[in-house]
Design a protein. Structure first.
Length: 350
């Protein structure tokens, strides 16, 4: 027989379990994640304004109008109260309006593509500050991090300096994944042939964890990586240590790394082939393959010529079409259509 005091305490067991958890989502060390946690807290508190009174009134009504309470007033013909209707509909409406305003503001303010305007709530970022760029590739089933400015790369380990804006450029090699560091910012999808961006900043040094939060096959449950926040001096020392590594990541090495593997150990590359991330993004790492952006540019040129041919007069169209040529305007950096009569004033970006 379970003692009465123990039976009463059983409903509190889940709370006791939660007390020992490290709720990193609600206690992050990155400014973006902290703002997201504050947004969750505010939303929950606003909703509790309705939920708590309803739960209390449910118990109160059940107790007051129980069968044994003969003193409760019985009014079966009562069907309307203006004050009660205003309270029932007015309070939720006001909460919805406030939640809508908060959502609209935070959606724009916490847009992952939006450059950061502050280190934390007390320190703004100077307009001249250049973020650290990290290129992220989700592989099967591991993570590749390329530091283009430093010319280094690592597998399953990410290191960034504290209080420095970071701009992640994210893609995937095969299937869709989700790049997620709970202490830093929210989840961002990594998709093959597409690039997503995440701007974030870490405010406290430490060892953290990152993961994929989107099921992607057999090795998904082990698709984790170590995230280390270090001081600026320690980051520079780490970069120099990485550059001393004899390992090089070129196109052939990437194709080997890209093959599916589970529980991949941490790797370091002291040199990375230039524009490797762009080749991964445009699906043209293998020798002889055509990059997606080049293919689209060539298709665009052909469409421009075909459209110009349709606009030419029927008489002499063959001769005029022969005079068409495609030129590249340095100002626009893309193809423009030119004829013997002059140059199109609307160059199209490549």
């Amino acid at each position: 027989m379970i003692p009465k005091i123990v039976r009463r305490g059983l409903p509190l067991l889940p709370l006791a379990a939660l007390a020992g958890c490290n709720t990193v989502v609600m206690n992050p060390t990155g400014d973006i994640a902290k703002q997201q946690a504050d947004l969750i807290t505010i939303s929950v508190l606003l909703m509790l304004i309705i939920i708590v009174p309803v739960m209390i009134l449910t118990v109160l009504f059940a107790w007051r109008y129980r069968k044994s309470n003969t003193s409760a007033k019985y009014e079966p013909d009562w069907d309307h109260s203006t004050k009660l209707e205003l309270l029932i509909w007015g309070a939720p409406l006001l909460i919805i309006i406030v939640l809508g305003l908060i959502t609209w503001v935070s959606t724009h303010k916490l847009d992952p593509y939006r450059p950061l305007d502050r280190i934390d709530e007390h320190r703004p970022i100077a307009a001249s500050t250049k973020p650290l760029e990290v290129q992220v590739v989700a592989l099967d089933w591991k993570w590749l991090f390329i530091y283009p400015e430093q010319g280094i790369a690592s597998v399953n380990e990410l290191v960034t300096p504290v209080d420095v804006p970071i701009r992640f450029k994210i893609t995937s090699s095969t299937v869709m994944n989700t790049f997620y560091i709970p202490t830093l910012a929210g989840m961002i999808y990594a998709m093959p042939g597409m690039e997503t961006t995440l701007n974030a900043v870490l405010n406290k040094p430490g060892d953290y964890k990152g993961l994929s939060a989107n099921f992607s096959g057999e090795g998904f449950s082990h698709m984790h990586f170590a995230y280390k926040g270090v001081s600026a001096g320690d980051f520079d020392a780490w970069v120099q240590k990485m550059k001393a590594s004899p390992e090089q990541l070129n196109r052939a090495g990437y194709l080997t790394l890209e093959k599916p593997s589970v529980r991949e150990p941490v790797r370091y590359y002291g040199q990375v082939e230039t524009a490797l991330f762009n080749r991964v993004l445009n699906r043209c790492v293998a020798e002889g393959s055509v990059c997606m952006n080049q293919q689209m540019a060539d298709d665009h040129k052909r469409n421009q010529v075909a459209a110009a041919a349709k606009r030419l007069p029927k008489q002499g169209s063959v001769a005029q079409l022969a005079e068409l040529e495609i030129c590249v305007t340095p100002e626009a950096g893309g193809p423009a259509l030119a004829t013997s009569a002059g140059t199109n004033n609307n160059p199209v970006k490549k």
